[in-house]
Design a protein around this ligand. Structure first.
Ligand code: NAI
Length: 336
């Protein structure tokens, strides 16, 4: 049998992890032949709850999980890991300003970046889920300079899946008939869900989504605002944020990164911007990416961009630049 992969999940006592850990342990991400060692990080007050999660994982009697290490120590959680799912973060409390949330999480992700730099394998692959996910990923990478920048990504796959599902429902096809939607920018309400390059298969024919939907006003209006506001709508209805769909999206993101995505399709991933499409370098921005079987992603280049799209892509980039400035200025004046 293969050597176990060492995989860390943070926020392991939280609600996303509750679904995610089962899917990882069941082989939905790294395959049904890959044994795993799971390290589970949460904060000290959550250790009792985390022990409950560990009991349940044992009770699943999963054959791939060789060892489970619950801990409140970043060193123990990150030592020699191959993959990090950074789900844990400080939640937004009532009365908290966006800036307070940003700075509280900047401290967490600085600490985790420093620890990854010290303790994880240099090949570690990191997906940041905890919000504000893009800026947390940027901070984490900034404080882990010995790990390549391309190893840090943030999750916008949930928004990508939401966009596919909205289009599929509108046309009345399966969601896998819809290909090449793009989420540009931040995992926030400024994100731009774009279907101008997307296609859909209807009755054996591949059509541009605009042609199949036949309602440009819907695509450029309600479709965009529905995807942008979907997280808030779920939160309002459930009184809890998206967890089942979030953990499914995390699995999609990492499985495609690990094994490669179908070559006739791209996926949305927030990655360190290299200035593609004129977006600012050094922010973690969601782009369309192709992923090859050797775990390498590449931004899809040279898609034609309309004025309508460019304005939206720039708006979400501006928000990311502001978040970066706020977070780095705060950290510079708060060294511990
Ligand atoms: P939750 O509140 O149920 O769980 C979060 C867990 O993180 C808690 O157990 C908490 O103790 C832990 N935690 C806090 N600080 C930590 C630290 N420094 N180290 C390790 N663990 C820490 O939240 P849930 O629903 O699991 O969501 C987790 C995060 O994912 C939230 O920030 C949420 O906004 C975000 N999210 C992101 C999505 C995306 O598409 N990027 C989609 C849905 C949620």
């Amino acid at each position: 049998m293969a050597t176990p992969l060492k995989v860390c999940v943070t926020g392991a006592a939280g609600q996303i992890a509750y679904s995610l850990l089962y899917q990882i342990g069941h082989g939905d991400v790294f395959g049904k032949e890959q044994p795993l060692i799971l390290t589970l990080l949460d904060i000290t007050p959550m250790m009792n709850a985390l022990h409950g999660v560990v009991m349940e994982l044992h009770d699943c009697a999963m054959t791939l999980v060789k060892e489970i290490v619950p801990t409140d120590s970043e060193e123990e959680a990150f030592r020699d890991i191959d993959v990090a799912f950074l789900v844990g973060s400080m939640p937004r409390r009532e009365g908290m300003l966006r800036k307070d949330l940003l700075t509280a999480n900047a401290k967490i992700f600085r600490s985790q970046g420093l620890s990854l730099d010290k303790f994880a394998k240099k090949t570690v692959k990191v997906v940041v889920v905890g919000n504000p996910a893009n800026t947390n990923a940027m901070i984490c990478s900034h404080f882990a300079p010995s790990i390549p920048k391309e190893n840090f990504t943030a999750l916008t796959r949930l928004d990508h899946n939401r966009a596919k599902a909205q289009i599929a429902t509108r046309i009345g096809v399966r969601s896998d008939a819809v290909k090449n939607v793009v989420i540009w920018g931040n995992h926030s309400s400024t994100q731009f869900p774009d279907v101008s390059h997307a296609t859909v298969e209807v009755e054996g024919k591949t059509l541009p989504v605009y042609e199949a939907v036949k309602d440009d006003a819907w695509i450029e209006g309600d479709f965009i605002t529905t995807v942008q506001g979907r997280g808030a709508a779920v939160l309002k209805a459930r009184k809890l944020s998206s967890a089942m769909s979030a953990s499914k999206a995390v699995c999609d993101h990492v499985r495609d990164w690990w094994f490669g995505a179908p070559q006739d399709e791209w996926v949305s991933m927030a990655v360190m911007s290299d200035g593609s499409y004129g977006m600012p370098e050094g922010v973690v921005y969601s782009f369309p990416v192709r992923v090859s079987a050797d775990c390498k992603w590449a931004i899809v280049k040279d898609l034609p961009i309309s004025d309508f799209a460019r304005e939206k892509m720039e708006k979400t980039a501006k928000e990311l630049e502001e978040e970066k400035k706020t977070a780095l200025e705060f950290l510079a004046s708060n060294s511990s």
